[in-house]
Structure formats: C-alpha cells, structure tokens
Design a binder for this molecule. Structure first.
Ligand SMILES: *Cc1c(COP(=O)(O)O)cnc(C)c1O
Length: 391
C-alpha cells in the first residue's frame, strides 16, 4: 500500500472531460451558453423530467424552488433533522420557518409517519431528503401532500440516478433538486439542477436564477441575433451555471450509470465483508418498496461499546493511518443558530441524535479498487484490535 492519504471521496475526471473544458475555454464563451443548454437537455432526457434547470449549486436550487412558492414568515416547511445544513438554511433564506422531524434509524430517511404529526395549519411544504442515494418512501409522502394541500421539494442532492418503484427520482412528483458538487455521484465542479413537473415553478426558477430578467435567452443579447433590452419582473439572484461547469457535466452524465454501478459493487462488498462485525450497525435497505440505491455514501454506525471508542476518536485513529473517513452529518436542530432562533434542544429527535453521534462515511468512489477497499477494511480491523489490546 502507498503512504498517500486516501480521501473518502474523489471525483472521476477523464481526458475527454478535460479536453471539453479546454475547448470551452478556447471557444470564447465560458459563462452560461450553448454548453449549459445542451447539458440541460441531456439532464431532462436522462432523468425523464418535464423541466431541468441547471444552476450554480444544489443549494441555489433548493433556495429558488422554495422562493418560487412565495412563502410568508409564518409559513412552515418540514425538513428532516438529519440532513446537510443547506436543506434547512434555504428554508430560512426563502423567508419561512423550518420545522424539523426525526428520521428512521435503519434507513436514516424521513417517513410519512414521522411527518404527519408535525403538520400544522401553517405547513406549506415538505422537503424529503434522499439520504446517501436511497430513495425516501415517496408515495405515502405525496399522499400526505395531497391530503393537506402541501408542496413537495425533494432534496435529491445525493440521489441522481436513484429510482423509486422503477421510476427515476426527477421523473415524477413535484420538484427535485440535484447537486453536482465534487463529492456527489457526478460533478460539474460546483453545480446543481432543479427538475419539476410544474411549468410555473420552472418559469420562476428560470427568472430568479438570472437577476429576475424575464426572458429565457438573456445570454443571446451578446450575439448577433439578440436584443440589448430586457425587463426585470422580480429582484432575482446570480445563480446561473457556467459553460465551463456544463463542459464537465456533458462528459459526466453519460458515465453516471457506470459510476453508480461501481459504487454499488463496492457498497455490496462492504456489506458482505462487514456483516458480522460487532463494531458496526450497517445501513439497511427498505424491503417494502422497489428502489435502486446509488450509494452516494456508505455509512455504518459505530457501536461505541463494542468499538471501545467514540466515533470521533475512530476517525482520528484512521486518519493517523492515512485513511480519510467522512462524517455526514451533525443533527441540524442542534446547531447554535437553530437552537437560538427556533428553540430546539438536545433530546428533541432521538434517532437523529443517535445517528449523528455514531455515523461515518467509509471511502467509496468509482476508481477505488478492491485492494484499496481491503486495505480500508484491514486498517479498521487493526484499529479495533489496538483498542482491545489497550483496554
Ligand atoms: C450536497 C448537498 C446539498 C447542497 O448541494 P451543493 O451543490 O453543495 O450546494 C444539499 N443537500 C444535501 C442533502 C446535499 O448532500
């Protein structure tokens, strides 16, 4: 084994991708233009979406989707307490109140049963998060949305290519937001996209992402065919994706299924090799609905007693042995801003707090070889054995 530090995640960038970025740079057009347009239509086709709108980031997508709902300060949006902070922050940015709910201990996902008691007269939307690339059980959540007249913004940042009941996330339902951050299953550097079946929401996101300029071909004003004038119908943002980013995406998307299959092979290998380890609780796939898990992350929970150390100490010990284990995530309701602003406290969401104190993300990326994976497993074994020896 080499002595190089092994990160928990690494993007796969081939020569064709690098060449495309270079062509883009040499073309004279590097911001939003023809490559973004092409990437948008490829996304639409791959996902089977009615609308697909590329953006600067997944976070921008969450914010603009929520802003398109015209939320008022007293309006509530239901968000899992166990998620990346952007899910909650963007509700605040959209001018509404995030209301947290707990997640299921085995799947780490939100469920309709956990959501329904949190619905009030002020609830306007639900934000299910497909954690680690495992689809949430969506049908019961869409049934709740129908019953209480709520919108659904799926945080699908980790779920591009995942399916629910044989349908791709993004091809059905209300609105979805994907991320192309370098750690995600495909990347555009930074980047994201909104998919939706709602024409009006798509139009709002389109306007909001580029200054509120009320025309879809604003970039055309730099070309021979465009006019120099435009109207501004709302004070918008600057969240457009660049052609340099889309150049990456044009070569990532065609390889996404291959990337996801390789992640799945490696995840299944982890599941098999770690299944009898008393130190870990492994992630469990739900059996009551068909789905394709894309294994954005592989996260066991540490059994603190069996491991004889805390999760953070385990991460430190692995880092000392040159292996990066990721950590996703702290409980959102316990960040000081959310405690201070909305009055949440420790004990509010037991499953989330339990998961957050024990979870870790083992190294997993498409170019990881079996021998590197075996090295990770052997090193974990060594760390546990050393702890036993010193006990
Ligand atoms: C990555 C991620 C985001 C944010 O996406 P960015 O593209 O980094 O802005 C939001 N929610 C979840 C669950 C994520 O994993």
């Amino acid at each position: 084994m080499t002595n190089e530090f092994l990160p928990f995640s690494k993007p796969t960038i081939d020569q064709a991708t690098i060449d495309e970025v270079v062509s883009c740079l040499k073309s004279g057009w590097i911001t939003t233009g023809p490559r973004v347009q092409k990437f948008a239509s490829m996304l639409k086709e791959y996902l089977g979406a009615k609308h697909a709108l590329p953006l600067l980031s997944g976070t921008a997508g969450l914010q603009l989707s929520l802003m398109s709902l015209n939320l008022k300060p007293e309006d509530e949006v239901i968000v899992p307490a166990f998620t990346f902070i952007a899910s909650a922050n963007t509700v605040v940015h959209a001018g509404a109140k995030p209301v947290f709910v707990d997640v299921d201990l085995a799947t780490r996902n939100i469920t309709a049963e956990l959501i329904e008691p949190a619905i009030t007269k002020k609830t306007r939307a639900i934000m299910p998060v497909h954690f680690a690339g495992l689809s949430v059980d969506l049908d019961p959540i869409y049934a709740l949305a129908k019953k209480y007249n709520l919108r659904v913004i799926e945080d699908a940042a980790q779920a591009i290519g995942a399916t629910y009941k044989n349908k791709k996330i993004g091809s059905f339902g209300d609105t979805q937001v994907f991320s192309f951050h370098p750690n995600k299953n495909m990347t555009t550097g930074e980047g994201g996209c909104v998919t939706t079946s709602d024409d009006e929401l798509a139009h709002q996101v389109e306007i909001l992402r580029f200054h509120g300029i009320d025309r879809t071909d604003a970039w055309n004003r730099f070309s021979k065919s465009g006019s120099q004038h435009y109207d501004v119908s709302v004070a918008g943002f600057k969240y457009n994706m660049m052609d340099i980013q889309a150049a990456l995406g044009l070569h990532q998307l065609p390889k996404l299924d291959e990337f996801n299959q390789r992640r799945t092979q490696l995840a299944c290998r982890y599941l098999e090799k770690l299944k009898n380890w008393p130190q870990f609780d492994l992630p469990e796939d739900p059996t009551h609905y068909a789905h394709v898990h894309i294994w954005h992350l592989f996260n066991p929970l540490l059994n603190l007693e069996q491991a004889r150390m805390t999760r953070d100490i385990f991460l430190e010990k692995m880092k000392d042995k040159n292996i990066g284990i990721g950590f996703h995530y702290d409980a959102v309701h316990l960040f000081s801003y959310y405690q201070k602003t909305f009055g949440y406290e420790a004990g509010d969401f037991p499953n989330t707090e339990n998961i957050a104190s024990r979870i870790m993300s083992l190294p997993l990326f498409p170019t990881m070889t079996e021998s590197i994976q075996d090295h990770v497993i052997d090193t974990m074994q060594t760390v546990f054995e050393e702890a036993l020896m010193h006990a």
